[in-house]
Ligand binder design. Structure first.
Ligand code: NAG
Ligand code: NAG
Ligand code: NAG
Ligand code: NAG
Ligand code: NAG
Ligand code: NAG
Length: 261
């Protein structure tokens, strides 16, 4: 038989969990006219998401709920195949080397467009950005679903592969499938913002970073691009959209769409 006091204790504990634990829901949408294999990676000691990799055919979407205080990132993999002899799964861009659709704690190999999140972080704010520092493979937007008006969408909806400088192009069968970041391409302190160029004062946006910035003004184009590229929002859910229609980013749903316990 359950003691009334322990029942009360259980009930209040449960209530306090409801008020403290604010988790974010991510709906990943593939608006590309090709298949994308999204993947996620947990950082800063936070737990992995329930799924670390899956397939989205053109037009499909999928929702995953992040644990409270989740830190991590999402990216898209393209041109993936399963080797018929070995059963090994691999992708031309964004491959995580797991040999399976799930990345299971492995990050994507650059160049990849990254959507980075720090949920319920400093001052209970979410911090999010889309980064081209590790290069670019697919157009991507992050759309907070808050209806408060303060939370801004960010992303790189432009086809950067189309304007990628020749020396940064990654091609497959003659088609540009990704655009390298200058750090990965040249491995120089100046481009990587390390060594002699490791501070905000000595790390300047390179000519390549400026090309990225011009194409996608909201996205990180180099390591210290924080001022124009980091966004904050409190207590909301997000859409991550591959190939957003650049001039009509869709905002669907409302702020309080949390899953209920
Ligand atoms: C996808 O769209 C692009 C640009 O409109 C077009 O060039 C390409 O042929 C389309 N691919 C498919 C598989 O429909
Ligand atoms: C991601 O989560 C796993 C499992 O909890 C953990 O072992 C790993 O350290 C985390 N990764 C990072 C970079 O924090
Ligand atoms: C996700 O897919 C479902 C089923 O096709 C659709 O009803 C829904 O509108 C889609 N959501 C988004 C955000 O695209
Ligand atoms: C499987 O593919 C990965 C790339 O994702 C590669 O690194 C690995 O060597 C492959 N393994 C086998 C057994 O072919
Ligand atoms: C860093 O700066 C020092 C002092 O100016 C210079 O001697 C050195 O060559 C620089 N290193 C690189 C990798 O540019
Ligand atoms: C970013 O903004 C801060 C505060 O407004 C300013 O001090 C800093 O110089 C800016 N950094 C860059 C790289 O523009």
């Amino acid at each position: 038989m359950v003691e009334p006091t322990s029942f009360l204790f259980f009930f209040t504990l449960h209530l306090s969990l409801i008020t403290v634990v604010i988790s974010a829901k991510f709906t990943i949408v593939n608006q590309c006219n090709y298949t994308v294999w999204p993947a996620s990676y947990n950082t800063s000691g936070s737990a992995p998401l329930a799924t670390t990799g899956f397939v989205l055919q053109s037009g499909e979407n999928s929702t995953v709920t992040a644990p409270a205080n989740w830190n991590g990132r999402f990216w898209g993999r393209t041109l993936c195949t399963t080797d018929s002899a070995s059963g090994n799964f691999s992708c031309v861009t964004g491959d995580c080397g797991s040999g399976k659709i799930a990345c299971g704690g492995r990050s994507g190999s650059p160049p990849v467009t990254l959507a980075e999140f720090s949920i319920n972080s400093f001052n209970n704010q979410d911090f999010y950005d889309v980064s081209l520092v590790d290069g670019y493979n697919v157009p991507m937007d992050v759309i907070p679903l808050s209806n408060s008006g303060k939370c801004k969408s960010t992303g790189c909806p432009t086809d950067l592969n189309a304007v990628c400088p020749t020396e940064l192009k990654v091609t497959e069968n003659g088609i540009v499938v990704a655009c390298q970041g200058p750090c990965a391409a040249f491995n120089l302190q100046f481009f990587c913002c390390v060594g002699n160029h490791s501070t905000p004062e000595t790390c300047e946006p390179s000519v390549y970073a400026q090309i990225f910035k011009k194409a996608c003004p909201q996205a990180y184009s180099y390591a210290y691009d924080d001022n124009s590229s980091t966004f904050t929002c409190a207590a909301t859910d997000y859409q991550i959209v591959f190939c957003p229609a650049s001039n009509n980013a869709r905002i669907i749903g409302s702020r309080w769409e949390y899953s209920c316990w």
